[in-house]
Design a protein around this ligand. Structure first.
Ligand SMILES: *Cc1c(COP(=O)(O)O)cnc(C)c1O
Length: 435
């Protein structure tokens, strides 16, 4: 089983190298060379599997010749240790809650699987793997919690001082152990530039094995396929037609859904819901994609002007927009609509949406009105308490903070303060060589 680059100017690699490299040397994204569909009877009997077992079946089907299967089962079952329930919100609109993991966002699936897979792959290397991540909030939390305590790996997280929420900062700075937080006197872009420079530093890379944990990594997408099947399992008896709506930013999540489709998953339609960062929506409307600088919205994790996983979507559909449109419908909503619907759904149905899920709900509602025969599922990608500053004034009450986040709030913050300066960062990186 090999992985090829979407730019097709780099050699094919095995799973270990696809995971440890992240990006292909030609700057393309790795794709599995083949995706074999399940047989029909798998879907007929899908209820027999609980979520971890189902995840193991899916990963075996996809990676059968890429890794020792017993090891794969072990990794998958350790990663998928929290549920993904489908809940009815309004008539034929349901939500798939993906926020029951340690960082309260769907990125936990990707981070937990990636951490265990990487740890396994570096076991025989006799040296530590260093993960470097720049974060504006959500990714860093999932990565910190996912990699915490993983053998053979040390994680350095760079975040812009004063620009992540207090709860997010707790997730980055209170774990200790193999997680180090660098509090950078600068912006997220500064943090990202420092990480990029480290990857281009050939002297450093001779002595330090480094890798990234961002969403271009194929190992973050694989575990995201699992919950599409888990959702299907829960609703298959309820409707003739199924629609899945994905609040999207970098389009990694929906790409995982498309992998699921290739594996035979019987969804009839996908809907990509975006905020005012609507490049993909315009692409579907006009047939031309134009990358733009991102604009800030309430659904911050979707503020992406140039979604990297578009390279994978274009690869799957051979750059044929008409073909993409047959599987993916798109819709874009602004902040006032997002705020209105958070209030409305709470007032009418008692369900608390987060700003990302709210964009998904809006797109699902519009779709459901045109397709009353469809059962529509939108993904709740984060728990509303992560965005309580936005949600609470709209619903007029406090959002309860789940236990896993509450325990971090009492812990002491530990960070290394640093200027947005590569020389200073390099001194820090050099000190890691003796770890
Ligand atoms: C990352 C994220 C998204 C966007 O997912 P993509 O895979 O980048 O499209 C949506 N919602 C939340 C809460 C996120 O953290």
């Amino acid at each position: 089983m090999k992985f090829y680059s979407t730019n097709r100017k780099a050699p094919e690699v095995d799973l270990k190298n696809a995971v440890l490299n992240g990006l292909a040397p030609d700057n393309g994204l790795y794709m599995p060379e083949v995706i074999n569909p399940f047989k029909k009877d798998f879907f007929e009997d899908i209820e027999q599997y609980d979520f971890p077992d189902l995840a193991a079946q899916i990963s075996r089907q996809l990676l059968s010749t890429a890794i020792d299967l017993n090891k794969l089962d072990e990794i998958v079952k350790a990663a998928v240790n929290f549920p993904a329930p489908v809940i009815q919100v309004n008539d034929n609109i349901h939500t798939l809650e993906l926020f029951h993991g340690p960082s309260l966002a769907f990125k936990d699936f990707g981070a937990r699987f990636m951490a265990r897979l990487m740890s396994y792959f570096v076991e025989g290397e006799n040296r530590k793997l260093h993960i470097l991540v720049a974060t504006s909030g959500d990714t860093g939390g999932a990565v910190a919690l996912g990699f915490h305590g993983m053998p053979n790996i040390h994680v350095t997280i760079l975040y812009p001082q004063g620009k992540v929420s207090p709860l997010q900062e707790k997730q980055l700075t209170t774990l200790g152990g193999n997680i180090t937080a660098l509090e950078i006197d600068g912006t997220f872009d500064d943090c990202q530039a420092m990480v990029k420079q480290a990857f281009l530093d050939t002297d450093l890379r001779k002595e330090l094995m480094i890798s990234s944990a961002n969403s271009i990594n194929i190992s973050r997408l694989i575990p995201q396929i699992f919950y599409y099947f888990e959702a299907y399992k829960q609703v298959k008896k309820s409707a003739e037609k199924l629609m899945m709506c994905v609040p999207s930013g970098n389009f990694g999540n929906i790409t995982a859904g498309l992998f699921g489709l290739k594996m035979g998953l019987p969804f009839d339609q996908f809907v990509a819901a975006v905020n005012n960062n609507d490049g993909f929506h315009r692409y579907m409307e006009t047939g031309h994609f134009e990358a733009k600088p991102s604009v800030q919205t309430l659904s911050t994790a979707m503020d992406v002007g140039n979604p990297s996983n578009l390279a994978r979507i274009n690869d799957i559909y051979k750059d044929d927009v008409a073909l993409i449109r047959t599987d993916i419908h798109s819709a874009s909503y602004d902040d006032p609509s997002t705020q209105r619907v958070i209030k409305e759904v709470y007032d009418q149905k008692g369900y608390i949406l987060d700003p990302h899920g709210a964009v998904g709900y809006l797109a699902s509602k519009a779709f459901a009105e045109k397709h009353p025969e469809s059962l529509c599922i939108f993904q709740e990608t984060a728990h509303p308490s992560k965005f309580k500053e936005i949600v609470e004034p709209l619903i007029g009450k406090a959002v309860e903070i789940p236990e896993q986040l509450r325990v971090l709030m009492d812990r002491e913050k530990e960070s290394i303060k640093m200027d947005a300066d590569y020389a200073e960062f390099k001194t820090y990186l050099n000190s890691l060589k003796t770890l």
